[in-house]
Design a protein around this ligand. Structure first.
Ligand SMILES: [Zn+2]
Length: 257
């Protein structure tokens, strides 16, 4: 098999044998890939610490037959994740990002726009950006890029137009807001305020990069908690589980933390 090259973010590493690592990568060109890095645990390996969690590196892979692990033959560090040097919030934010990418993306399904969004989010989280806002923006845009946009103005079940000037029922299982008739047949419905939905619309707006525009950030600030809860509940249904790091997400938008 021919060797293939891509840029990648390290999502997970597991020790394998005395000297090797099994590495889960989110690559720009091939989507999620799990590969074995032989000799990566040796003191002077050619991987030179490039396989730390959330490191961005250029990798060379040899793809194997369907059920075998791919082989990682090279990894050259481009960028190290520095969240741990900044704050616990930023470190946890990075862990959350890695977990979400593992759960949301598929093996060998390229998502280059999501990859670029991930690099934006990483530089916000371990730089001086607002980590809470970056994670909120990442979640909303990632859901949209992967085809999971929730409806905000039409019933997710029957398609009828809903009012945006009053609180409306929201059903994660149906895929967004629902009308008065359809809410009865939905398993878990909660009520969402117009301001929360407007913030969600801003987050889902056509932009695919971070940071979010200052105007959007200012609007979201006062409604952060409600939007975060709404997205958390929606994500749980999309994934069929609660991400382990979800409870570590920032409770407030703290610009200086
Ligand atoms: Zn309906």
């Amino acid at each position: 098999m021919a060797a293939e090259s891509s840029v990648a973010v390290v999502l997970k590493t597991i020790e394998f044998s005395e000297t090797s690592l099994i590495v889960t990568l989110f690559t720009r060109d091939f989507g999620q890939v799990t590969a074995i890095a032989k000799g990566a645990r040796r003191p002077k390996s050619s991987f030179e610490g490039s396989l730390d969690l959330l490191a961005v590196c250029r990798v060379v892979l040899i793809r194997k037959a369907s059920d075998a692990l791919d082989l990682l033959t090279e990894a050259k560090l481009n960028r190290r994740f520095r969240g741990a040097d900044k704050s616990l919030t930023r470190l946890h934010g990075g862990y959350y990002l890695a977990e979400m990418l593992r759960l949301l993306t598929e093996t060998h399904d390229p998502q280059p726009m999501l990859y670029d969004l991930t690099l934006d989010a990483l530089s916000q989280i371990d730089g001086t950006g607002n980590a809470a806002l970056a994670l909120l923006g990442f979640d909303a845009i990632a859901l949209r890029l992967l085809g999971h946009t929730p409806t905000t103005r039409t019933c997710a079940d029957c398609g009828v137009a809903t009012q945006l000037d009053r609180s409306v029922p929201f059903s994660p299982a149906a895929g967004g807001v629902v009308c008065g008739s359809c809410r009865i047949s939905q398993p878990s419905v909660f009520i969402v305020r117009p301001k929360t939905l407007q913030c969600l619309e801003r987050l889902l707006d056509n932009q695919t990069r971070l940071p979010l525009a200052t105007a959007s950030a200012n609007k979201i600030d006062a409604n952060y908690r409600d939007v975060r809860v709404l997205l958390n509940r929606y994500i749980e249904v999309i994934l069929g589980k609660t991400p382990r790091m979800q409870s570590f997400l920032p409770a407030r938008m703290e610009p200086s933390e």
